[in-house]
Design a protein around this ligand. Structure first.
Ligand SMILES: [Zn+2]
Length: 183
């Protein structure tokens, strides 16, 4: 069945269930909507109930879509364990390469499974990287490492920081933008 909520066509399944006592809406991850109703409830009443909860439904559908868009990369714990050492090799390789120029001293290099960040640099000089950088282009991975490496010298994102980054990654501006569009 179909209703229109805020100019959006919403398809759903109306299902009567013997043991059900009240109307219920369920939304699956793929966006499939089911209205479950007791036997005494008509399809029209089901539709009304759906429209009444329209805002909530649209919000849920939006959330599901956003989540789906984010999962371009696998990010399970299992995937992390499988690829952790590969990511560490990549990070170390890039650090060695870039440090021929910078010669910065760093402490530990750690690989983490993060959702919103690609890397970080602590006050103690520890460098952390997101294991998912193995799924990025070589250019982007190198930019991420250069970025964190430069924080060893400049802890902020001021002009001097970007000058420093530009010494090894002249195209940092475009790469930074690209990275913002990836999640
Ligand atoms: Zn930074």
């Amino acid at each position: 069945m179909r209703v229109v909520i805020n100019d959006q066509n919403i398809d759903y399944i109306f299902k009567r269930v013997r043991r059900s006592r009240s109307l219920r809406i369920s939304i699956k991850r793929d966006g499939k909507i089911t209205v479950t109703a007791p036997f005494f409830v008509s399809a029209k009443q089901g539709e009304k109930f759906l429209i009444h909860n329209g805002e909530w439904i649209l919000e849920k559908l939006k959330q599901h879509k956003e989540k789906a868009a984010k999962s371009i990369f696998p990010s399970s714990h299992k995937d992390f364990l499988i690829n952790k050492s590969r990511a560490l090799r990549l990070a170390r390789e890039k650090i060695s390469k870039l440090n021929v120029f910078y010669c910065f001293k760093h402490a530990k290099v750690t690989i983490k499974n993060m959702n919103t960040r690609w890397g970080s640099c602590s006050k103690q000089g520890n460098l952390n990287f997101n294991y998912k950088m193995i799924y990025l282009s070589d250019e982007l991975a190198e930019y991420i490492v250069a970025h964190e490496l430069c924080h060893l010298s400049e802890m902020n994102h001021g002009r001097n920081f970007w000058k420093l980054v530009a010494r090894t990654v002249p195209g940092w501006k475009i790469l930074r933008k690209q990275l913002k569009n990836i999640n």
